[in-house]
Unconditional design. Structure first.
Length: 156
């Protein structure tokens, strides 16, 4: 078994298909940049295969351009000829774990699900929604300075 970790950006939206037996298969196309020093950078394209429903909660947040980190099993590279007659290599990974990149979206906007506090502040079914929202905002205001201090204390 060959394990590999890649970090890159999606080159297209995830593609979901089903096998003839009904098993779900999701395919991601990930572009990872390789630095070649003075020669410049190269881009290696990876086809990431996800079997089943193990990352279904993540998939809606993945769009073309999304940064992602993939841990998985490296398959044997396949060599094929492209439309121009040039030999190309197809790099394939079967995903075992996916992570959102800590570096965020390339356009500077984060993609995240609403937090539990935001969800609770939006719930007004018990008539105390406004009070919950004020408490939530006060709690957030108190937490922000503490997280700033903790970030400054990190030695790297």
């Amino acid at each position: 078994m060959n394990q590999i970790t890649i970090a890159g950006h999606l080159g297209a939206d995830p593609e979901v298909r089903f096998t003839s037996g009904g098993q779900k298969v999701t395919t991601l196309r990930v572009a990872a940049r390789v630095r070649r020093g003075a020669k410049g950078d190269d881009t290696i394209w990876w086809r990431v295969t996800i079997w089943g429903e193990q990352f279904d909660k993540m998939i809606p947040y993945l769009k073309k351009g999304s940064p992602i980190i993939v841990f998985g099993e490296l398959s044997k590279p396949e060599i094929f000829t492209n439309r121009d007659g040039q030999p190309q290599v197809s790099m394939n990974i079967t995903a075992q774990n996916l992570l959102f990149s800590p570096f965020g979206r390339p356009d500077g906007q984060g993609t995240s699900a609403p937090s539990q506090e935001e969800s609770a502040s939006q719930d007004t079914s018990f008539g105390g929604g406004q009070q919950q929202q004020q408490q939530s905002q006060q709690g957030q205001a108190q937490e922000e300075p503490a997280s700033t201090i903790a970030d400054e204390e990190i030695p790297f």
